[in-house]
Design a protein around this ligand. Structure first.
Ligand code: HEM
Length: 419
C-alpha cells in the first residue's frame, strides 16, 4: 500500500463515527507513527506532547483561516464549506485573529472577564446545579447530559452576558449549531451536519440578536459583561461595534459545548471509577483533581488547528507555508513520554495537559469552565446515591473535535435533599 493511501486511511479511521466512544487506541497508533501528512494535501497531523507543544508555541503558527491552502473541493472530507461560510459572513472573533488585533481585543475582554468576576459566580452555579438535582428527584429520571451538563454552561454564560432568561432557549439553539464552526472536521460528522442555509441563518440571527441587545444595553446599562464591553467600546476606538458583536458570539459559542463535554466526561469517568467518586463525596477538595484529570484523560476539545504562516519544521516533518496543522491534543494527553501509565484515570497525578491550549490563545474561559466542572461533580457526588450508567458506553455525538456523549442515562437510588 502506498504511503499516501496509508495516511489517508489512518485519517479516515480517526474520523470514523464507530470509534467515537473510544478513539484512544487509534490515537496511540497515530502518535507512535509520528507526524503525518494526509496524502498530498496541505494538511499535517501532529500528536505527540512534544510536537503539539512546539506547534502551539511556534511563532509562525497562525489562526488566520484565510492563509490555509486547503482546497475544499479536493479535500471534501476535511473542511465544511457550510461552516466556512458561516465563519466568513461575520467579522472573525479574536480566536481567529493574530496580533495585533488579537492582543488588543483579548486584553479588553480580559479586563471585564477576570478570575475575580468568575469566582463570584460560585453560589449561583451551585444553585443552578441544585435546582437541576431537585427537578430530577421529582421526575425520577436522569440523563446527565440533557438534564445537567447541557443547560448549566449556557445558563451561566447568558446570565453573565446579561441575556434575558426568556431568550435563553433561542441562544442555546444558535450556539449548538454554530459550535460546528469550531470543528475543522465537521464535514465528516454527517449525522449532525447542518445544512449550509441553516448555519448561515443561525450566524445572521445571532449577530442580529446581539446587535439588538447591545442597543438596549447602551441606553440602559446593567452589571453584566456586555454592558462592560460596551463601556470599553464607548471609551475609545479600541473595540469596534463589529468586534463587540463577534466577541459576544465567541463567548457564547466557545464556552458552551466544550463545558458540556467537560461535565459529561467527568461524571462518566467517576461512574466508571466508583472509588474516586466515593473519595470525592468524602472530600470535596478532590474536585479540582477530578476536573484536571478529565481535561487530560478525555478532553472536551480533541484537536487544535493552526495554519503555517511560513515554512517550519515540527519533529521530523517539514511543514509548508499555508499547511493546516491539526494538533491531536487528545493523543498528546496519553503520551507515555510525559504521563506515567497514561491510560489510567488518576485525579492525583501531576497534570500538564493542553486541554485549554497554550500561549497567546490560551482559553480565556478556563477559570469559568473549571469552576462549573468542580461544582457539578461535587454536588453530583454529594447528592446522587448509588449512581450507575444505564448504558455503557453511552451513545456519542458524531463531532470529532468537540467530542462527547449524546446522553448518559443514569440509574440511581435517590437524590438526597440539598443542604
Ligand atoms: C472545558 C471547557 C473549555 C475548553 C476545553 C476550552 C478549550 C479552549 C481551547 C483549546 C482554546 C484555544 C484554541 C486555540 O488555541 O486555537 C480556547 C480558547 C478560547 N476559549 Fe475556551 N474552552 C472551554 C471553555 C470556555 C468558556 C467557558 C469560555 C467563555 C465563556 C471560553 C472562551 C474562550 C475564548 C474567548 C477563547 C479564545 C482565546 C483567544 O483566542 O485568545 N472557553 N478554549
Amino acid at each position: 500500500m502506498s504511503e499516501r493511501t496509508d495516511s489517508t486511511t489512518t485519517y479516515r479511521r480517526l474520523l470514523d463515527p464507530a470509534v467515537r466512544a473510544n478513539p484512544y487506541p487509534i490515537y496511540a497508533q497515530v502518535r507512535a507513527g509520528g507526524p503525518f501528512r494526509i496524502g498530498t494535501a496541505p494538511v499535517v497531523i501532529v500528536s505527540s506532547h512534544a510536537d503539539c507543544t512546539a506547534m502551539l508555541r511556534h511563532p509562525n503558527a497562525s489562526v488566520d483561516r484565510s492563509l490555509t491552502r486547503v482546497q475544499l473541493e479536493t479535500m471534501p472530507m476535511l473542511a465544511s464549506s457550510a461552516t466556512e461560510d458561516a465563519v466568513r459572513q461575520s467579522k472573525p472573533s479574536f480566536l481567529f485573529l493574530d496580533p495585533p488585533d488579537h492582543t488588543r481585543l483579548r486584553r479588553l475582554v480580559s479586563k471585564a472577564f477576570t478570575p475575580r468576576v468568575v469566582a463570584q459566580l460560585e453560589p449561583r452555579i451551585s444553585a443552578i446545579v441544585d435546582d437541576t438535582l431537585d427537578r430530577v428527584a421529582v421526575t425520577g429520571t436522569f440523563d446527565v447530559v440533557a438534564d445537567l451538563a447541557y443547560p448549566l454552561p449556557v445558563t451561566v454564560i447568558c446570565e453573565l452576558l446579561g441575556v434575558p432568561l426568556t431568550d435563553e432557549p433561542q441562544l442555546r439553539q444558535w450556539s449548538s449549531l454554530l459550535a460546528r464552526t469550531l470543528d475543522p472536521t465537521s464535514r465528516t460528522a454527517t449525522e449532525h451536519q447542518a445544512d449550509p442555509g441553516e448555519l448561515q441563518a443561525a450566524g445572521t440571527e445571532l449577530n442580529a440578536y446581539f446587535e439588538d441587545l447591545t442597543r438596549r444595553r447602551r441606553g440602559n446599562p446593567g452589571p453584566d459583561l456586555l454592558s462592560q464591553l460596551i463601556a470599553a467600546e464607548d471609551a475609545g476606538d479600541t473595540l469596534s461595534h463589529d468586534e463587540l458583536i463577534s466577541t459576544c458570539a465567541l463567548l457564547l459559542i466557545a464556552g458552551h459545548e466544550t463545558t458540556v463535554n467537560l461535565i459529561s466526561n467527568a461524571i462518566l469517568a467517576l461512574l466508571r471509577h466508583p472509588g474516586h467518586l466515593a473519595a470525592l463525596r468524602a472530600d470535596p477538595e478532590q474536585a479540582a483533581g477530578v476536573i484536571e484529570e478529565t481535561l487530560r484523560y478525555d478532553p472536551p476539545v480533541q484537536m487544535i488547528p493552526r495554519i503555517a504562516a511560513a515554512a517550519m519544521r515540527i519533529g521530523d516533518m517539514d511543514i509548508d507555508r499555508g499547511d493546516l496543522v491539526l494538533m491531536l491534543i487528545a493523543a498528546a494527553h496519553r503520551d507515555p513520554a510525559v504521563f506515567t501509565d497514561p491510560d489510567r484515570f488518576d485525579p492525583t497525578r501531576d497534570n500538564r495537559h493542553l486541554a485549554f491550549g497554550l500561549g497567546a490563545h490560551f482559553c480565556l474561559g478556563a477559570p469559568l469552565a473549571r469552576l462549573e466542572g468542580r461544582v457539578a461533580v461535587t454536588r453530583f457526588a454529594q447528592r446522587v446515591r448509588s449512581p450507575g450508567c444505564a448504558i455503557d458506553p453511552p451513545p456519542y455525538r458524531a463531532h470529532v473535535n468537540l467530542r462527547g456523549p449524546a446522553a448518559i442515562p443514569l440509574d440511581f437510588a435517590e437524590i438526597t435533599p440539598r443542604q
